[in-house]
Design a protein around this ligand. Structure first.
Ligand code: BDR
Ligand code: CA
Length: 332
């Protein structure tokens, strides 16, 4: 099995050396909000596209706008899909009614852009071929729709980094993680594409979180963004404890930013992946073929015609959390 430490040529710079711009496709969401802060601390974010997931798309879009305003970020927001491609949506239970419960978020005057999320993704990929990467931290419906409606953008997307799936225990079913479970067809469409892809799964992200000590540091920082994050993380941590038994506030979504920001804090292993779409017990499970190469000589469909993805196999958890903390604390 080969190990990956760093992206290939399609991930950081376009072929002609231009810097890559990023889109964050998300459903904020406590950990999505932190992923936005982390990504925007160092990457050129051309837009945030929203999707249902942790709450309705109306709510996640409003959360994105209000939160960006609080953090002093003027990134445009594009509203996306309100439901999965073919299934009813599954509700999250750890983010509260608003999707970002735990503190009052001042309502901003900002509104979403007139263009919708799918058109924005298509426009960006078409206008900057090979120079747009996407960080996806919610159900994958927007991206699957963009690819299905405009297949020409597939080779134009430099890379994609997904928080979703798990090679171990799930959080929504015994084997399925929330983002994968919500729209398994969408994730499978992406896995069948030629887009260079990173995936970080629940197995690792659920161990990468803020403790009470971190939360207290944020709450007492005297900075409005960190104070807000501290308060909502306290709520989220309690919900996690009740729902999953985790004793931290897991930062699932920030882990999807790492390949572009601090690749030295993660290691990836190359494998093919496919989503179970018809299982009686296993729908939404991502099956990663991590067998050694000699065992993959007789690779069954659909793995046989798939390009390998880079599945995160190790995270330097303490350093990741300190990187996240430093990014949050740098905002006003
Ligand atoms: C994922 O589900 C959501 O609740 C989080 O925001 C994260 O994207 C973890 O399974
Ligand atoms: Ca999310």
């Amino acid at each position: 099995m080969s190990s990956w430490h760093r992206s290939d040529e399609r991930t950081c710079h376009s072929l002609d050396g231009r810097a890559v711009r990023y889109i964050i496709d998300c459903d904020p969401g406590h950990d999505d909000a932190v992923a936005i802060l982390l990504a925007a601390s160092a990457l050129d974010i051309s837009g945030i596209t929203t999707v249902y997931g942790n709450a309705s798309v109306e709510r996640t879009t409003r959360n994105a706008l209000d939160f960006l305003d609080l953090a002093g970020l003027s990134i445009p927001v594009y509203r996306g899909s309100e439901a999965p491609l073919r299934r009813p949506r599954t509700h999250a239970n750890v983010h509260g009614r608003s999707g970002l419960d735990g503190a009052e978020l001042p309502i901003s005057r900002r509104q979403p852009e007139a263009t919708d999320a799918i058109d924005f993704i298509v426009q960006q990929a078409s206008s900057h071929p090979g120079a747009v990467s996407i960080i996806a931290t919610g159900p994958l419906t927007n991206l699957a729709r963009a690819l299905a409606q405009h297949p020409h953008i597939e080779p134009a997307i430099a890379s994609l980094s997904i928080m979703g799936g798990t090679p171990a225990q799930g959080n929504t079913t015994p084997v399925a993680e929330f983002n994968a479970y919500n729209d398994p067809e969408a994730l499978d469409t992406l896995l069948a594409s030629s887009i260079p892809m990173y995936i970080v799964g629940y197995d690792l992200t659920s161990r990468t979180g803020l403790t009470d000590h971190h939360i207290a540091r944020l709450e007492s920082s005297g900075r409005r963004t960190a104070t807000f994050i501290g308060a909502v993380m306290r709520f989220y941590k309690e919900r996690q404890m009740a729902a999953t038994g985790l004793e931290i506030a897991p930062q699932h979504d920030a882990c999807a930013v790492l390949p572009y920001l601090t690749p030295q804090l993660a290691r990836y292993t190359e494998c093919r992946a496919s989503v179970e779409l018809v299982g009686s017990l296993t729908t939404g499970m991502v099956v990663f073929d991590r067998r050694p190469p000699q065992m993959q000589r007789s690779r069954p469909a659909p793995f046989s015609d798939r390009r390998p993805v880079r599945l995160c196999a190790m995270l330097s958890t303490a350093e990741v959390i300190e990187t996240i903390m430093a990014a949050i604390l740098a905002y006003p």
